[in-house]
Design a protein around this ligand. Sequence first.
Ligand SMILES: Nc1ncnc2c1ncn2[C@@H]1O[C@H](COP(=O)(O)OP(=O)(O)OP(=O)(O)O)[C@@H](O)[C@H]1O
Ligand SMILES: [Mg+2]
Length: 393
Amino acid sequence: MSEKKNSSYISGKESRKITKFNRRITKKLEKERMDANKDPALYTTRMADENNIVEFDNVCTYFFSDVGVVKAVDGVNFVVPRHTTVGIVGESGCGKSVTSLSLMQLLQRPTGQTVGGEIRFNKGDGTAFNIVNTPNSIMETIRGNKISMIFQEPMTALNPVFRIGQQINEVIELHNPEMSEEDVKARTLEMLEMVGIANKEGVYRMYPHELSGGMRQRICIAIALACSPTLIIADEPTTALDVTIQAQILDLLQNLKDKLNSSIMLITHDLGVVAGMADYVVVMYAGRVIEKGTADEIFHHPCHPYTIGLMRSKPVVGQKVEALYNIPGSVPNPVAMPDYCYFRDRCEMQCDRCKGEYPPEIRLSDTHIVSCYRHYDEGQVLGYPKSVNVEDL
Ligand SMILES: Nc1ncnc2c1ncn2[C@@H]1O[C@H](COP(=O)(O)OP(=O)(O)OP(=O)(O)O)[C@@H](O)[C@H]1O
Ligand SMILES: [Mg+2]
């Protein structure tokens, strides 16, 4: 009986009901996806602003799990302008990786589904792909070629049984089938040189375990940049490295981005990394964007209590403190999110309005947008994040 009182307890009957519901919904969504894939009109769209590389427009990505629907990304809106670095920050589990996996269409399907919104990727010819409906055959030409990803752990990202050269060659060959073997090898060596590997001929023949962590991450960067992508997604690229190597890798990424005219979506926990690299910052909390703006606005004028808490919880060089600030409480249960502000129960700056529904986006400047009732009267109210009711699917 005591177990039943616990909200996370699921009876056998409920579990069967969830499984049946998940099977029905995911089958329907997969069928809709197949139908949308057949007609190019359904996955071709236009950018709201031609200067952006990617536009996330009310994107909702849900996981139909055994314990219920996890709204991992729920009504996310932000853009990546051309030739810029956009930092995405937020605590573990807030949906940063799921946002980037939705863009690459690398979600664990059929459990994970983008059920609402548009992800527009600029083709550069005045039109755009709506990634949500784009068929896999076209995604294969985008992934690794136009959008590429650098993962957190370079040892697991590389295949331990293949030589470094083979792994870079494979990417180049796949996207440039017309290239001769010698040209592919020359391009691989050029990439190794570009990422700062001195002994490129030697490293070409080595296996991943023969390299240090920093060198392996350089190889991952070489693989990601081999086809000169227009967008690089770096998901925690330096978390596994020590501070000095971190700085080198970040410098390298920034230089290569400028050289290739690409944009970077930089996902990280580390506010120091974002401060040093990003032009724009998006702060996520429990699957939603709660504040976004230029790096200067977010670092020097944070407005959302969560962003303010994040800033207070980072150490400042040269300043001695007794203890770092700790944001109280924890994130709500992802399968049963409240219908009011998700941060309210942890917030030390609540106002009367916070008792109401989830706060809308409020524009404080051209670039600075915050979802918090404390600023309701200070800016232009834009609209509420659009969640999808799974019962309606
Ligand atoms: N395959 C899955 N099935 C069910 N839930 C998932 C799955 N993948 C992710 N989630 C859930 O989606 C939410 C967002 O996860 P995500 O990996 O995007 O977090 P994150 O912000 O990248 O965290 P971290 O900083 O730890 O990498 C989490 O609540 C996670 O439990
Ligand atoms: Mg992640």
